[in-house]
Design a protein around this ligand. Sequence first.
Ligand code: 6PG
Length: 232
Amino acid sequence: MEMPNAQAMFVHDDPMLLGAAVAERIFRLADEAIAERGVFHLALAGGETPRRCYEQLRHHAIDWPHVQIYFGDERCLPNGDANRNDSMARAALFDHIALPVGNIHCIQAELGAADAAARYMMVLNGIVLDLVLLGMGEDGHTASLFPDNPATLSADAVVPVYQAPKPPSERVSLGLNTLNAAREKLFLVAGEGKRGALEQILLGVTLPASQIINAEWHLDRAALPISISRRA
Ligand code: 6PG
């Protein structure tokens, strides 16, 4: 199966094994980055798929004081709202590891998309992300870059997102150029709900997720398009 623009594709039997494999990959990349540059700039994905991976990350001997955490996107919800992406990461990971609070760079999405995007642009200024973790929605969106949404076409480093089809409608997202400028990009995609978007991408349809170049795709079997899963 040839994913356009993909660097590599890995199929895992189930979401737990997918999470474990990606956690191991993050551990390795963190080790390399810290050895080479003294720091690992990691942008986390939102949604539910990465939760298991973040829970597994607790058990890896990552040198957390040398890790700087960012977010690929955030939902414009009040601070502490359970549906925020940083709330999931906090519950699954931050509350269980020795990560200095100052190393966690949340998107201040509670301020509204425009203000939060402008502020986060300053946070990211001059930073080259070592690894961006990404999910993919059933419509092929990634981070908060949705099909046919102006934010997806923006060249800005961080973009306000309005009228997102996945609630809440107002969000903040790293722009496509920022995502692609990361040293490594890694997708975590699980569940049969994602088959349709993967099928479209395989057929050459341009969706936001397919515009991420040289990414590693980590899929579970359920997400594989039927035509492929019979062969895989
Ligand atoms: C969000 C995420 C979004 C997510 C995909 C997949 O804020 O919703 O950033 O891009 O990664 O929608 O979500 P699931 O992992 O829950 O399927």
